[in-house]
Design a protein around this ligand. Structure first.
Ligand SMILES: *Cc1c(COP(=O)(O)O)cnc(C)c1O
Length: 371
């Protein structure tokens, strides 16, 4: 009898659905016989500007050290983060992308028998990180596509060990304001860590929206997760970080792989923190492009969810997978959201003006409406 490895896998892993990433350009080129250079990818909320020149030159320099292990304690990067955010180096946990940080939080605080709370339509990594450690996910129904923090607080039980809140949320772009978040944090018992995932915080402009960092002092159970993948333009290098109390950081660092952020990534992330112009341009390009996409979709009569991130989620009014396929053959990669329980929606990342134009035109063609 051949061994049935399905039965040997731990329970949480057996029932996992793998994360579905945005389709890579090379794959679409192969499958559709297209020139890769003609394809635009607006599927993974990447920064359309490409990397900052400062990050690029620091990364190039770090290449000469590839034979050496990175600084496992990332002294320079932690120093730079400390200075920028006014936190101690002992409050920082670095991750191989902030995805890593989310998993570290789950491994540190949840396990078999534990419950982990997150919202319906929230980031797909939360249920994966939860089940992988043998805990059960509690997906709380959303309110107007966003987090219903009242209902999430109401879902807390004795077994709750961790809560994930994405602000703004991916894939819906919704955000909770400061008063609502604070009222929620006040209701969460201090024994339950709350991961506030701020992957898109650099794009937030409305002063009514909270800066998780400012809440750390009042909430010792708060873990603010951030990333260099979005506004900072380093998705390919995989760097993220958590800011928390020193006690929580100490625990999360115990389960962290000793060299989870490589030396090229450390160098580029350290350098980009100094590139204020790059960040300002990222924000500017995003504001303009997001308005352009919203207007284009609106003109086609499509409903969009108001977004605080670098993407727009649009209701195509039909099976979005078909629309996604039609756009692919036009060389435009977007993200269908069937896996999130939103079968009619596409999530479209904000690109450069000419990319947004092409995307709007391709969507119009796919839907058979004038754009
Ligand atoms: C993109 C994203 C992340 C993390 O991305 P990394 O590249 O792993 O840093 C985390 N949370 C949300 C909500 C995201 O959209």
């Amino acid at each position: 009898m051949p061994v049935d490895f399905q039965k040997l896998a731990v329970e949480g892993v057996r029932e996992l659905q793998p994360y579905q990433p945005g389709k890579p350009i090379e794959e679409v080129a192969r499958e559709h016989g297209l020139d890769p250079a003609s394809i635009i990818k607006l599927a993974s909320n990447e920064n359309p500007l490409g990397p900052s020149p400062k990050a690029l030159s620091a990364a190039r320099e770090a290449l000469s050290e590839l034979a050496l292990y990175p600084d496992g304690n990332a002294f320079l990067l932690k120093n730079a983060l400390s200075e920028r955010f006014g936190v101690g180096a002992d409050q920082i946990t670095l991750g191989n992308g902030s995805n890593d940080v989310l998993e570290l939080a789950a491994r540190t605080f949840a396990g078999p028998g534990a419950e982990v709370i997150f919202s319906e339509y929230a980031f797909a990594v939360y249920p994966i990180a939860t089940r992988a450690v043998g805990a059960s996910g509690v997906a709380v129904p959303a309110h107007e596509w966003g987090h219903d923090l009242d209902a999430m607080a109401g879902a807390i039980t004795e077994r709750t060990r961790l809560i994930f809140v994405a602000n703004p949320n991916n894939p819906t772009g919704t955000a909770v304001d400061r008063a609502t978040l604070v009222a929620f944090l006040d209701r969460v018992p201090e024994r339950i860590p709350v991961v506030l995932d701020e992957a898109y915080c650099e794009y937030m402009t409305d002063p009514a929206y909270p800066d998780g960092l400012a809440l750390l002092r009042d909430y010792p159970n708060l873990i603010v997760a951030r990333t260099f993948s979005k506004a900072w333009g380093l998705a390919g290098l995989r760097v993220g970080y958590a800011l928390s109390s020193p006690e929580i950081a100490d625990l999360m660092n115990r389960v962290r792989q000793p060299f989870n952020v490589d030396n090229v990534a450390q160098a580029a992330a350290t350098a980009v923190l100094d590139d204020a112009d790059y960040l300002a341009e990222s924000r500017q390009v995003n504001e303009v492009g997001r308005a352009q996409l919203m207007a284009g979709f609106g003109q086609m009569g499509l409903a969009t969810i108001p977004s605080h991130g670098n993407f727009v989620t649009v209701d195509t009014g039909r099976d979005a997978n078909d629309v996604f396929e039609a756009m692919l053959s036009d060389g435009v990669i977007v993200r269908p959201l069937g896996g999130y329980g939103m079968p009619r929606h596409l999530r479209i990342s904000v690109g450069l003006v000419h990319e947004n134009e092409r995307c709007i035109a391709a969507l119009g063609r796919a839907l058979g409406v004038a754009s």
